[in-house]
Design a protein around this ligand. Structure first.
Ligand SMILES: CSC[C@H]1O[C@@H](n2cnc3c(O)ncnc32)[C@H](O)[C@@H]1O
Ligand SMILES: [Zn+2]
Length: 458
């Protein structure tokens, strides 16, 4: 049989076919009233996971996708020859500044790792450290096609500034821990989280959205969770928290309260369709149903869950129940990178192992969780290549040895591609990385500042 490279084969050719475009935007594009970016000569991953030959036209003023297929010439072009244009990846749970703690403490379970190593190190992090660590993470995101993320940390206004400069999209929150604090400090920590959420929502030209972020159901006092969740609801602020990550976290709640942790969260009003929880490893059937019923998304963090030996989340069961499932790296200290391509592969592999079923969490599911699922969890109109959606895109070069041959693009995205295969990254219609050169950050300076900050850690 002759070897025909799929990149040389016209798949579902749409050249000459009508483009999918809204009439108002088409008129504006023709009238030359908006500046446009045309991503040319590539193939496009469509929302139904099919791949078509065609271009993507982006309105750089609104940051939206204008057309897909056979499009008008743009004011600016981005060459995607030999590439797949896919929705930008979404890292739906991380602690960006923990990039400074990459490799700082390994090979321990969550509780010992946090108490013996991570929390003591974090106690001396300054706002400047958080800025340096966050910028390092954002550089890694852009270099690996991540266009949006959710961050829970402290000194979070620094994260807002870093996101504004780097050009990414994010859902940000100040993480609250009240264990070990006196009443006044515990209240102040919650107030800071809510005040941050109120003040910074809509920052960075609307690319930053916020949330009230209690760390978990066991590290924040019940009365404060109840009080501040109610305040968050009144202010229209969503919630994000760690839930059901380890057995050591779940068992005491069940013993002390006689109810499952997510039933307890529900009783506190913490589960709505705006909220999203991280991990959900040790959820039983009733909790899986509850999340699906409430529309609360769950962010699966397979690498962190494996490294800390927390367990394997029931991802296939969540998806079968109709819950929204996203992917997250967690912090770089428990991963130890921020590459969402790794997360897709890990989610598919671990999902099969957990379900003892090789057909569980197929490639399409992994890609869906890293794109549409992530955007839905974070409340962004992104995660799909369609007119009207945010132009958050990753252009993946399929010419590498480890991506040859191409029988199936989606299979390669889930199982074989790496962050370093991303050639261009676009967020909100702006090119953040072109031909692997990051345009919004000085990569050498970012790495140097982060290395300095890490060298000065206690
Ligand atoms: C109070 S800001 C967020 C807080 O979370 C810590 N953290 C990092 N990884 C995890 C994890 O897997 N489970 C729970 N908490 C985690 C981080 O170090 C910050 O202190
Ligand atoms: Zn976390």
């Amino acid at each position: 049989m002759p070897a025909v490279h799929p990149l040389d084969t016209p798949l579902f050719l749409t050249r000459g076919a009508r483009s999918v475009i809204g009439p108002a935007k088409e008129a504006a594009a023709h009238a030359g009233t908006m500046s446009t970016l045309q991503i040319t000569d590539g193939r496009v991953l469509l929302p139904d996971m099919s791949v078509e030959t065609g271009d993507v036209l982006v309105n750089q003023d609104s940051g939206d996708i204008v057309a897909v297929g056979d499009v008008e010439t743009g004011d600016e072009t981005l060459n995607a020859d030999g590439c797949l244009i896919m929705p930008g990846l979404v890292n739906a749970h991380t602690h960006a500044a923990m990039s400074l703690l990459r490799g700082y403490a390994d090979d321990k379970p969550l509780d010992a790792w946090l108490r013996e190593d991570i929390w003591p190190a974090e106690a001396s992090l300054t706002p400047e450290d958080v800025r340096a660590g966050t910028e390092l993470a954002l550089l890694e995101f852009i270099e690996s096609g991540v266009t949006s993320f959710a961050d829970m940390y402290f000194h979070e206004p620094e994260v807002v500034d870093a996101v504004a400069d780097a050009g990414l999209r994010a859902r940000l929150g100040h993480g609250v821990v009240t264990v070990g604090k006196d009443e006044a400090d515990a209240v102040a920590d919650n107030e800071e989280s809510l005040a941050f959420a109120r003040e910074y929502d809509g920052a960075a030209d609307g690319r930053v959205k916020t949330a009230y972020m209690p760390h978990s159901l066991t590290t924040v006092d019940e009365a404060l969770l109840r009080e501040f969740t109610a305040e968050a609801r009144e202010a229209g602020v969503p919630l994000h928290f760690h839930a059901n990550e380890t057995r050591d976290e779940v068992d005491p709640i069940v013993e002390e309260r006689g109810m499952r942790p997510l039933a307890y969260a529900d009783d506190l009003g913490m589960l709505t369709d705006e909220d999203f929880v991280a991990h959900g490893v040790h959820s039983d059937a009733s909790e899986i149903e509850l999340l699906a019923e409430r529309g609360t998304a769950v962010v699966h963090c397979p690498a962190s869950n494996m490294k800390l030996a927390s367990g394997a989340a029931p991802v296939q069961a969540y998806r079968e129940a109709g819950a929204t499932v996203a992917l997250g790296t967690d912090g770089a200290a428990s991963n130890n990178d921020l590459d969402v391509f790794d997360e897709m592969r890990d989610a598919a592999m671990l999902g099969k192992l957990a379900a003892e079923d090789a057909s569980a969490v197929p490639a399409e599911a992994a890609v869906d969780m890293a794109t549409r699922g992530g955007a839905d969890a974070l409340g962004f109109d992104a995660g799909r290549i369609e007119p009207g959606a945010n132009a958050d895109l990753a252009v993946v070069d399929f010419s590498a040895t480890h991506l040859t041959p191409v029988h199936d693009y989606v299979s390669h995205l889930a199982y074989a591609a790496r962050g370093s295969d991303v050639r261009h990254t676009v967020c909100d219609g702006r090119v953040l990385m072109r031909d692997r050169e990051v345009e919004t950050l000085d990569a050498d300076a970012v790495r140097a500042r982060a290395a300095d900050a890490a060298a000065n850690l206690d």
